[in-house]
Design a protein around this ligand. Structure first.
Ligand SMILES: NC(=O)c1ccc[n+]([C@@H]2O[C@H](COP(=O)([O-])OP(=O)(O)OC[C@H]3O[C@@H](n4cnc5c(N)ncnc54)[C@H](OP(=O)(O)O)[C@@H]3O)[C@@H](O)[C@H]2O)c1
Length: 216
């Protein structure tokens, strides 16, 4: 697939690198320096390039949105027309100091994003996982037992694409249902952060939750 990375920070840089190594064609965009994007593309050891958000989104089969909530409008403006695009959203609707969600319970960041880009096909994924574990999951992707990762969205075709991308990282994708389920997965992501950074043995607990009732 051609994948446009909108936001090449902790999440975007790691996921883009992994997808390039998994054989996808990746375009890194949206960082504060062009040099950083060029270096990411060079270091990815796969088919990767650096560009502006508009180039990254233009021909993409899927776009990863990975910016702070306060930058969503700006990056969407720079990306231009995203009608029909699959947007895999890992951005959480966090306040300025990243202590709380600014949208929860009655809506979600994913649903608000779908309103901002009404013709795009939004899937919420990867926001329940700390970026620190991504390379480790990718390196152990051939093991039989994989950590689960929940995703949700309203469009079946886009969800298939998101599930493939989740699998390529090394997770077992778990379809949590329609996009409005992000009202529950986004607060869950906050719990994951608490566990990962404040609880004992947190990182392990934070991403190795398993599907109830699954055998083996
Ligand atoms: N980090 C995690 O473990 C994690 C986990 C789950 C969900 N999330 C969510 O995922 C989203 C991304 O998180 P992150 O940790 O990857 O954030 P991040 O490291 O801060 O990355 C954001 C990217 O946006 C770029 N950026 C910020 N302001 C910009 C500007 N004015 N112009 C151009 N580029 C700009 C940054 O550039 P620079 O590279 O130059 O700084 C960076 O590449 C957030 O919504 C977060 O809540 C993060």
């Amino acid at each position: 697939m051609r994948i446009g990375i909108l936001g090449s920070g902790l999440m975007g840089a790691k996921l883009g690198t992994i997808w390039a190594r998994a054989g996808h064609e990746v375009a890194f965009s949206y960082a504060r320096s062009k040099e950083k994007l060029n270096k990411l593309a060079r270091d990815a050891q796969g088919n990767a390039r650096a560009g502006a958000p508009r180039d990254a989104a233009h021909d993409a089969d899927a776009v990863l949105l990975a910016v702070h909530w306060s930058r969503v409008d700006d990056v969407l403006k720079q990306a231009g027309d995203v009608a029909g695009k699959v947007i895999v959203n890992c951005s959480l609707p966090m306040n300025a100091d990243n202590t709380d969600l600014v949208i929860a319970h009655t809506s979600s960041g994913a649903e608000e994003l779908a309103k901002k880009a009404p013709k795009a096909r939004v899937v919420s994924a990867f926001n329940t996982v700390p970026s620190e574990v991504l390379f480790g999951v990718f390196e152990s992707r051939r093991k039989a037992s994989k950590p689960s990762l929940v995703y949700c969205g309203d469009d079946t075709k886009s969800k298939k694409i998101a599930a493939e991308l989740i699998r390529d990282v090394g997770f077992d994708p778990v379809d949590a249902g329609p996009l409005r389920i992000a009202r529950y997965t986004e607060p869950f992501a906050l719990l994951v952060v608490q566990l990962a950074y404040e609880g004992e043995g947190g990182p392990e607990l934070a991403y190795r939750f398993e599907r109830f009732g699954r055998k083996g």
